[in-house]
Ligand binder design. Sequence first.
Ligand SMILES: [Zn+2]
Length: 170
Amino acid sequence: MTEDEDLLLAVLNSAPVVGGTRTEQLAGAPGRALARRFDGTGSPDELEHLRGVRDALQDLVRGHDTTSTLNALLDGAALVPEATPTGLEWTLTTPPDRRLAVRVALAWSRVEQEAPGRLRACANAECNLFLVDHSRPGTAKWCSMAVCGNRIKSRTYAGRKRTTPPRKPA
Ligand SMILES: [Zn+2]
C-alpha cells in the first residue's frame, strides 16, 4: 500500500458501521490519534475539515458530484515548485487547519490516476468502508472478504436454500 493510499483509506474508513450504526472516529482522542499518525495536529478545526473531505469523497466515490465541496476545501491551496540539483521539489501550501484535508484530496487524486476505477465502496450496502482493488482482474467487491464477503455469501446461500425451486444465479 502506498503512503497516499494509506492516508486516503484511513480517512475514508473513519466512519465504520458498528452494530448497525455509523460511528465517528474523526473526533475526540481517536480523531487526534489518526490526524497525528499523518503529521496533523489533531486540532478541532483540522478534524472538522477532515470529516468534510471524507464525507465529500465518500459521496463522490458513490457517484454523487461533490466537487463544489472539494473545491471550497481546496481554495487557497497551492503546490509551489523549487528547483533542486535532481529536479523540482513541490511544497504544499494551505491554511494550516486544512493542510491534512487537502493532502487527503491529493492522495485521492493520485490513487485515481494510478489505479483508475479501483477505489470503490464495499459492495455490502450496510458497510461504510472503502477499498482499493489491487486484484489482477479488478473484481474485488468487499472491504474484507473475511467480514463482508463471507457475510453476504452466507446470506445469499441461506436465501437460496429457502427458495424453492432454486433460482438461477444472476
Ligand atoms: Zn464491507
